[in-house]
Write a new protein. Structure first.
Length: 312
């Protein structure tokens, strides 16, 4: 009978404060004392008890001399009620205070592949030292969905170029990316200063997530009345560099990524002979995250770690 009664209760229709009153009455054994402990009037406590009795279809407490004695049902549920209240208090406490060394939480970051490659290693090294139980998920989110996913809490942060956002989305610069040119180690241009003429005459790989359209460097070339031959258009820089290692094609890519790939071997990098504006990379989050100490802590870690891998 008790199990059936409990199943019939719809939690969404129950005021959880009623269980705080239940616990106080059970502990004090008296409505007046319970009211004093809760800083409520005695009629308010009596009304709460009446609502609980209706919910459980049981008196819960019965008169016993000057006090109130729990019924068998009240005795059966008191430990579960207290355990649930303690869990809620712990959850609220964790929301107000965040201890990185002891915390266990999953955070989600939307980032492009270049940011993953350059930023995740130093960030994870730092997190493993300061918050070893933290988990970080890095996702690829289309730019058109970024605001919506931040608003709905599907992602906690996003790292991307400067984008138009609404007033609910806050952002802060992580740093600036400059561009470089990569080629295979025995390319005929290795060892020479890469000139505008060399660059315009060479064949290129264009990396873009879009199906069509020019790259940043193409806009700079067009302002000079020049264009270049695109032999391959692909979606990520790693694939482009693997092709460049085996061909005479050039790849224009972010300098921080190019430096790390040059250290891995197989390519040489040189400055881009074009004046292009540095690409600002920003960290984005929803303003409601400002009330979450854990998210604000992670934001600070990213603001400190990620600019180190960006080019000056």
């Amino acid at each position: 009978m008790v199990q059936l009664t409990m199943q019939e209760i719809n939690l969404s229709r129950v005021d959880l404060n009623l269980f705080v009153v239940f616990d106080a009455i059970y502990r004090e054994g008296n409505l007046t004392s319970a009211a004093q402990q809760l800083h409520l009037s005695q009629p308010a406590v009596s009304h709460a008890l009446a609502r609980l009795r209706e919910r459980f279809d049981d008196p819960l407490f019965e008169r016993a001399g000057k006090g109130m004695a729990p019924t068998p049902l009240a005795k059966a549920i008191v430990q579960r009620v207290r355990s649930a209240l303690q869990d809620l208090e712990s959850t609220l406490g964790e929301g107000l205070a965040f201890e990185p060394a002891e915390a266990s939480r999953v955070f989600t970051l939307a980032a492009r592949d270049v940011m993953e490659f350059t930023a995740l290693p130093p960030l994870m090294v730092h997190l493993q030292k300061t918050a070893p139980n933290i988990q970080l998920r890095s996702l690829r989110v289309p730019r058109r969905d970024m605001i919506n996913q931040l608003s709905r809490g599907q992602i906690d942060f996003a790292a991307d170029v400067l984008l138009p956002v609404n007033s609910d989305i806050e952002h802060q610069p992580l740093g600036c990316e400059h561009l470089a040119v990569a080629m295979r180690c025995d390319h005929k241009l290795v060892g020479q200063k890469l000139t505008m003429e060399h660059y315009a005459k060479a064949r290129h790989i264009l990396v873009s997530s879009r199906n069509e359209g020019p790259g940043v460097e193409d806009f700079a070339l067009s302002r000079l009345g020049l264009n270049r031959e695109i032999s391959l258009r692909c979606q990520n820089y790693y694939a482009a560099l693997q092709v460049a290692k085996e061909t005479d094609l050039l790849v224009t890519l972010p300098l921080s990524y190019a430096r790390q790939m040059e250290q891995a071997g197989g390519i040489r990098i040189t400055p881009l002979p074009l004046e292009t504006p540095a690409v600002e990379v920003h960290l984005y989050w929803h303003r409601k995250a400002n009330r979450d100490p854990a998210l604000m802590w992670l934001k600070q870690q990213m603001l400190e770690c990620l600019p180190r891998v960006m080019s000056d």
